[in-house]
Design a protein around this ligand. Structure first.
Ligand code: MG
Length: 218
């Protein structure tokens, strides 16, 4: 799946880059014992990491510790560079529910060796994603309840109001580094509660007013 769409719209968006934001919720920074960053922590996932709603997560054999990270996803609908915060939402087409699956053991190993962590974040199926809801349907992206259940049990619960950087600030900051192009996807970080998933688990993520996503672990 390299194409995404907005519910109620026939247009398909070809996915460009997927940019992830790390450490955007204070309680999640604390649970991993990380430092609060001055500059946004940014990484990319390839489009080949996408997994559609209803799909099966395949945890790579080199990891024993795959974590779920529930996140609000943004779909870029209009190209821009050095975007101002006040006009940032004009560059978005929609919002979706995403999981930024992370191989925590692999990531920690690579981080401590000072090496890049793409294989911990960008493996096939590491980015389950729902269909997008048009931005007009969401009045305030910075006040949305997020909830992730694993096998019916709540593991993550938060609100985008807890983000250290708002949606507008994220778009403005990212666009100073990368030209944002139609079809790019931005993952806005995860609240506390990340934990290991294992074969056979069923995950259900919901974001109030945006939608829901259900995937299972192979
Ligand atoms: Mg994340």
């Amino acid at each position: 799946m390299h194409q995404v769409k907005i519910i109620g719209d026939s247009k398909n968006y070809s996915v460009g880059k997927i940019i992830g934001l790390g450490r955007n919720y204070l309680d999640h920074i604390r649970e991993l014992g990380n430092k609060v960053p001055e500059r946004a922590v940014i990484f990319c996932k390839p489009a080949s990491s996408l997994l559609a709603d209803g799909g099966m997560i395949e945890i790579p054999g080199y990891s024993n510790d795959c974590h779920h990270e529930l996140e609000l996803a943004l779909l870029v609908g209009k190209r821009g560079k050095h975007i101002q915060e006040k006009s940032s939402l004009e560059h978005l087409a929609g919002y979706a529910v995403a999981l930024d699956l992370t191989l925590r053991d692999t990531q920690s190993e690579l981080k401590s060796a000072g090496l890049p962590w793409e294989i911990a974040k960008g493996f096939d199926t590491s980015c389950p994603l729902s269909d997008f809801t048009a931005i007009e349907k969401v009045s305030n992206p910075n006040n949305l309840e997020l909830c992730l259940k694993v096998n019916g049990e709540i593991r993550q619960q938060g609100n985008t109001a807890q983000m250290m950087r708002s949606v507008e600030q994220i778009i403005a900051e990212l666009s100073t580094f990368f030209t944002l192009e139609t079809g790019d996807i931005i993952l806005t970080g995860t609240p506390a509660g990340v934990s290991r998933i294992k074969p056979g688990d069923h995950l259900e993520g919901t974001i109030e007013g945006v939608g829901s996503l259900q995937v299972s672990v192979a």
